[in-house]
Structures are given as C-alpha cells and as structure tokens.
Design a protein around this ligand. Structure first.
Ligand SMILES: [Zn+2]
Ligand SMILES: [Zn+2]
Length: 83
C-alpha cells in the first residue's frame, strides 16, 4: 500500500457580497427595458414598427391585422433594431 496521495485542496469560500451586486444590476435593468417591451405580450422587445408609427415585437406584429394602439390597418411592417 504505497499509494500515498495526500493532496490538500484549499476550497475557496463563496463571497456573499457578489450576490448582492447582481440583484442591484437586475433592478435598474428592468426600468430601462420597461420602455422597450412589447405592449401586447410584455415579454419581447419592440422590434417591429407599423406605418402608423407604433411598435410591437415581431411575434405579435405578425399576427395583427391592425394596430392595437390606434387601430389603423397595418399596411407596412418595418424591422426595428434597438441597441
Ligand atoms: Zn409581443
Ligand atoms: Zn398605431
């Protein structure tokens, strides 16, 4: 029995402070995305504009035949890129 493997692994303790930081970042992010979120599903970002100027996400916009905000018939759909 000569398998004398005596390795001491020094475990790094978890930092509870790092958890706190991610919560604060999440909170401020919500405030910004609230203005950019689709008014129909409240899930996706607005990335589709209609001829009237209103915006929804692509998922909702594809199913609509008229604008849910001003009820104008949708004749054109424009892809919007928000950075
Ligand atoms: Zn949507
Ligand atoms: Zn509209």
């Amino acid at each position: 029995m000569g398998l004398g493997s005596s390795r001491m692994e020094s475990g790094s303790p978890l930092d509870p402070d790092s958890n706190y930081t991610s919560i604060r970042v999440d909170d401020s992010d919500e405030e910004i995305s609230d203005r950019l979120v689709c008014p129909i599903c409240f899930t996706n970002a607005k990335d589709l504009a209609f001829g009237c100027g209103h915006l929804t996400c692509q998922d909702c916009g594809a199913r609509l035949s008229d604008c849910p905000i001003c009820r104008q018939p949708i004749e054109i759909r424009i892809r919007v890129f928000i950075e």
